[in-house]
Design a protein around this ligand. Structure first.
Ligand code: NAP
Length: 337
């Protein structure tokens, strides 16, 4: 069958999505970004991945978050992206903000992991080939490497920009002190860090507590939050048992043993508050992250268009009363993973 030509929704920028400035930069990102960690690899239906990407773009999401090892099947989420990009999105490249990263294990031997110049440069070239892109909008060091000199990792990021293979750079999950060094190093070389990526959700508030968010903001860098739904726990997904097609059932990064009765009772209490606000729990959890000062964008994962459609409504109700916040945070603080 001949594939129909994709034409993006004409009113995609009037769908309710807002665009936030990333730190002190010229870049505005959609409040929600689409994440490719799960559900876009070789084990996921290509047709569904295509539908999700099109739905996202048609409703104002411009920011797409990839990494070399996303799958499952390392590299296969980037391949999926590349396939769909080639068929649907080429005419829209300049409206898209695409990220990739390197930092975790990717290929065997001493050069397929961590933060060396050798690894970052090779991985970036592989990612460009898989995604069929000429450049990334932002390329991240995916994690702090305690063994490689920070100057080596950071200079590789600077050179990647100078070579035109990425427009901006970012760092993900770096400790506060190393981040401070990185911000200064990159700034001095006219490649200011555009984005800092880390986990932030109602259950995991480490970046608020350890000074990461403050440090990122003080350095004029944007903050982009991942796992805002705690991989699905902060949704209705596990309120009535563990669905066969859920992430927990895959027993990889979320395990069925984590879905205890106590956890479900607390999630259920949060779900009741969300209902009183006229939201689903997923929407309330996303609105809570979006309400944080200094958050540029929130990266959502999803395994269906319906989930994404649900999550995207979070942008409609970002205001909380002080009382709501107190109640929600008190319940969430009881949830231990
Ligand atoms: N820099 C890093 O180190 C790092 C680490 C982790 C993630 N990330 C990025 O952040 C992205 C998001 O992280 P995440 O995948 O953990 O995200 P998440 O948004 O916390 O969880 C996504 C999961 O929640 C469930 N879900 C989503 N929307 C739902 C809805 N409306 N109703 C019910 N269930 C819903 C789905 O679970 P089911 O699959 O069970 O349906 C989905 O797979 C990743 O894709 C990746 O791009 C970066």
């Amino acid at each position: 069958m001949i594939e129909e030509i994709y034409k993006a929704e004409a009113n995609r920028y009037e769908a309710g999505m807002e665009y936030r400035r990333s730190g002190r930069s010229g870049i505005l990102l959609s409040e929600l970004s689409l994440g490719f960690w799960h559900n876009f690899g070789e084990t996921s239906p290509l047709e569904r991945s295509k539908d999700i990407m099109r739905f996202a773009f048609d409703h104002g999401i411009t920011s797409f978050d990839l990494a070399n090892n996303y799958g499952p099947g390392y590299g296969t989420a980037e391949e999926t992206f590349g396939f769909v990009f080639d068929k649907s999105f080429r005419p829209y490249r300049d409206e898209m903000f695409v990220a990739s990263k390197a930092g975790y294990d990717m290929w065997p031997g001493p050069y397929g992991n961590w933060g060396s110049r050798k690894y970052l440069m090779a991985s970036l070239d592989q990612s460009l080939r898989r995604t069929k892109l000429d450049y990334f909008d932002v390329f991240y060091s995916h994690r702090y490497d305690p063994e490689t000199p920070l100057e080596e990792t950071l200079q590789a990021l600077v050179d990647i920009v100078r070579m035109g293979k990425a427009l901006y750079v970012g760092i993900s999950r770096w400790p506060v002190e190393a981040s401070r060094f990185a911000f200064e190093y990159l700034r001095q070389r006219d490649t200011p860090c555009l984005l800092f990526q880390d986990r932030l959700n109602l259950i995991d508030r480490r970046v608020e507590e350890d000074g990461t968010l403050d440090c990122v903001r003080e350095n004029g860098c944007g903050f982009i939050a991942f796992s805002p739904l705690a991989q699905g726990i902060l949704t209705g997904r596990y309120l009535h048992g563990i669905p066969a097609d859920s992430r927990a059932m895959q027993q990889r990064f979320l395990k069925t043993s984590q879905i205890s009765d106590e956890l479900v009772a607390n999630v259920s209490a949060l779900n009741d508050i969300a209902a009183q606000r006229g939201q689903t729990l997923a929407q309330m959890a996303l609105s809570w992250v979006l309400a944080h000062e200094g958050v540029t964008s929130v990266i959502v994962g999803c395994s269906s268009v319906a989930q994404l459609a649900d999550s995207m409504k979070a942008v409609e109700s970002k205001a909380f009363s002080a009382e709501e916040i107190m109640t929600i945070e008190a319940i969430a603080s009881k949830i231990k993973l």
